[in-house]
Design a protein around this ligand. Structure first.
Ligand SMILES: Cc1cc2nc3c(=O)[nH]c(=O)nc-3n(C[C@H](O)[C@H](O)[C@H](O)COP(=O)(O)O)c2cc1C
Length: 171
């Protein structure tokens, strides 16, 4: 598992190659199996492969969306805020699980933040909801850009792990 974690790096350039449906399903399974508070499972995913729609998602924020330029697939991570009082945590864990599964499958991904992000037209979450017909009471944590890696970013090495962040018994 630690090898997968060390190898996962944010990928923002992808090959122009469609992902097989089975691969996308394998990624989604990781999100659907992620733990959620009180086991409420309030997280939902919108899979977008249409390039025009992916570009519209990119435009919802002023910067930081470049990973969507070449992505074969965008997975929008939405969560029912009325169902879960800790929806940010629930949705973030599901997104992280999917990112690790993506790496395990030999693909690349990057987290594109949506919550608390804006463009000149306003709130990115609202715009994503409008583009994809997502109900207003769903929060959007992020969009994962996914595809076959077209850039190589080296894995993390053991000497980059900052053990000073760990405290034992007291801070
Ligand atoms: C909460 C969160 C928000 C992020 N938002 C963006 C984003 O909007 N655009 C982007 O390109 N990368 C985004 N990233 C990816 C980070 O920039 C990246 O994880 C970090 O620089 C470390 O690099 P690594 O993923 O290769 O280890 C985000 C990551 C997290 C966890």
């Amino acid at each position: 598992m630690l090898e997968v974690i060390k190898n996962r790096r944010s990928t923002r350039k992808f090959k122009d190659e469609k992902l097989p449906k089975e691969i996308i399903v394998e990624i989604l399974k990781a999100g659907l199996l992620a733990p959620t508070s009180k086991n409420k499972k309030p997280v939902e995913f919108i899979v977008v492969e249409d390039k025009e729609t992916i570009n519209k998602l990119k435009e919802c924020k002023n910067k930081g969306g470049n990973g969507l330029d070449t992505a074969s697939c965008a997975i929008v991570v939405a969560c029912d805020c009325e169902e879960s009082d800790v929806w940010v945590e629930d949705a973030s864990i599901a997104a992280s699980y999917m990112q690790l599964q993506v790496e395990k499958l030999g693909l690349g991904s990057v987290w594109i933040q949506i919550r608390k992000r804006f463009n000149d037209n306003g709130d990115a979450e609202n715009q994503v909801r409008n583009i994809l017909n997502i109900p207003h009471y769903y929060g959007i944590v992020c969009v994962l850009a996914v595809g076959y890696k077209a850039e190589y970013i080296r894995k993390y090495e053991d000497n980059e792990i900052d053990v000073s962040k760990v405290h034992y018994e007291k801070f």
